[in-house]
Design a protein around this ligand. Sequence first.
Ligand code: ATP
Ligand code: MG
Length: 227
Amino acid sequence: MIKELVEHIERGLLPHLQIESVNPLNPVVVRRVPPSWVLLGAGNYAAVVTHPDFEEWVVKVYAPGRQGIEEEAEVYRRLGSHPAFSECLHVGERYLVLKRLRGFTFYTCLLRGIHIPKQAVTDIDAALSYARERGLHPHDVHGKNVMLEQGRGKVVDVSDFLKEDPCMMWDDVKTAYHRFYFPVFHKLPIPERLLNMIRKSYRWLGKSSRYRTGLGKAHSARENREH
Ligand SMILES: Nc1ncnc2c1ncn2[C@@H]1O[C@H](COP(=O)(O)OP(=O)(O)OP(=O)(O)O)[C@@H](O)[C@H]1O
Ligand SMILES: [Mg+2]
């Protein structure tokens, strides 16, 4: 199966998929997806697609010039098999084949008014503790990198888990969840414009607090991207 999928990717997908990182602080721009392939999402580094003949898997294709595939593959090696994480089946020159996670990112849940239960937050906490036990450092765990799948929480993007510098993002997501989301918003769709405003203010506040704590220098370009 894997041989067939890799052939499909290298002949049918990569030569025709057009993605570009226009601004490193924003998601990659996907200009063309070849027929039959379906775009599932785009982050600041990569586009993620799937094919109906191999629907249990996704292909995460890094945009030209974006680094980090080897590091992400190494994180998956260390994670092994765990219900709250994907797994890496194959590492290509500019792509990874990952197990598909179903459901919606927390970000999409907020947009659509899909209720995020406390269980999903607890699942992600447990998954991040497991990652720490494996010598990893959970990083960049924000609303587009976690998913809700049938009431359970999953971590969809582990690409920065080798970085050792501290990251408070998941703690901040949890604080927002307990203070605002659960008591006020939990069944209300939140307009994208409002979510974007929150995201940008968070980035601004994060930057200024980094300067205050002197962590500014330690943070790489990958860290400063917009979410
Ligand atoms: N294994 C998966 N199964 C299903 N969907 C996925 C999977 N991996 C990624 N996605 C979707 O694709 C989107 C982008 O993937 P991902 O977050 O890994 O990219 P990235 O460029 O590393 O992101 P970031 O900007 O956070 O670094 C995710 O937000 C999610 O919607
Ligand atoms: Mg991501």
